[in-house]
Design a protein around this ligand. Structure first.
Ligand code: ZN
Length: 341
């Protein structure tokens, strides 16, 4: 096992640290997750080709049939969602409504990129912003308490998970209300596994997840958050309108430099004022910092370790992304805006 500058032992193949819950290392210093993934990775090229065919078929049977849009896209303005939007416009010629969830921490560069990309790709765009007092309470709570399950926290910080819950819920709600058959996400190949990359949304499962979330919130926040979740009546009333989720980056070639180059050709610019793992959110560095302090591993390490294992992020670059301290200025920006000590 190799030690990082912070003196934590990490897997010699991916970059998961010894502080990651339940990790084990063999005599070569390779972690149990790397060993478990070996057969999965061997099958990956064939599966990716299957999924590309699956998406081609799905688009062929869907495009142009819905009353307004073919797809709604959860659009942050970051590299991955911008590239997904470009792929869905240029390769599939879908009619897309891009939806940005404004969590009050979207960087000015992200907004500028959103404008440039949606104009260049000729995509309709809307932005949704809940009132600041609600977001402040929700982020303040999740900054101080891990209200989500231990399994969820292996993959993302509490703050990020709370925010993504809003994004997913609003995207789904709008897809149902506007009869949009596809809902697209820009999850990186390390964030979400290929087996969920094309999947009909599962009403009963969503209902269960939303109940679990509500139950973990204090009562006054619970009633405020409820109006952003799926109304219970929808599960029966609109059961035929539940969309199919797609996250194409799980099965298309993923090369960060190539992606950036293609995006720059349509006016997107790489932000410089955010932390190393996010290209759009000014709360991310603070969210990472509190997760690191509380759980002793970086909330992006699972995602980046997956990408290192898949060969889409060089290992040294992964180590730099994860084991470089957070930008303290941006950490303090988040802490101060939330009114926390
Ligand atoms: Zn490993």
């Amino acid at each position: 096992m190799k030690k990082t500058e912070t003196n934590i032992k990490i897997c010699t193949r991916c970059i998961l640290p010894e502080t990651f819950p339940n990790i084990t290392f063999d005599s070569d210093g390779i972690c149990n997750h790397c060993r478990k993934e070996e057969p999965v990775l061997a099958r990956a090229p064939a599966r990716k080709a299957d999924y590309r065919q699956k998406l081609d078929d799905l688009v062929a049977s869907t495009r142009g049939k819905a009353p307004s849009y073919d797809a709604i896209m959860a659009y942050s303005g970051g590299k991955d969602s911008s590239y997904t939007l470009k792929l869905l416009r240029e390769r599939y010629d879908l009619r897309i409504l891009a939806l940005t969830f404004n969590n009050h921490f979207v960087s000015p560069t992200a907004f500028e990129n959103i404008r440039a990309v949606t104009d260049a790709l000729q995509v309709d765009h809307i932005s949704f912003k809940p009132p600041w007092p609600l977001m402040k309470s929700l982020f303040g709570l999740t900054a101080q308490e891990d209200i989500f399950s231990a399994a969820t926290l292996l993959r993302a910080s509490s703050i990020c998970t709370a925010c993504i819950t809003f994004v997913k819920s609003l995207t789904l709600k709008l897809a149902i209300e506007m009869s949009i058959p596809l809902s697209a996400f820009g999850w990186s190949p390390g964030q979400a596994p290929i087996q969920s990359a094309i999947m009909k949304t599962n009403g009963p499962l969503i209902r269960q997840n939303q109940k679990t979330l509500s139950a973990s919130l204090p009562p006054e926040l619970r009633s405020q958050v409820a109006s952003y979740l799926l109304p219970p009546a929808y599960y029966d009333l609109y059961k035929d309108r539940f969309p199919t989720n797609i996250h194409p980056l799980a099965f298309f070639d993923y090369d960060e430099e190539k992606i950036k180059g293609e995006l720059e050709s349509i006016g997107w610019e790489a932000p410089t004022n955010t932390d190393t793992n996010s290209t759009n959110c000014l709360l991310n560095a603070f969210a990472n910092q509190v997760h690191l302090e509380r759980l002793k591993f970086h909330p992006y390490v699972w995602e980046i370790a997956n990408m290192v294992r898949q060969g889409v992020v060089p290992r040294e670059e992964g180590i730099e992304k994860i084991y470089t301290p957070q930008n303290s200025e941006i950490v303090e920006y988040g802490r101060k805006k939330l009114g926390l000590k």
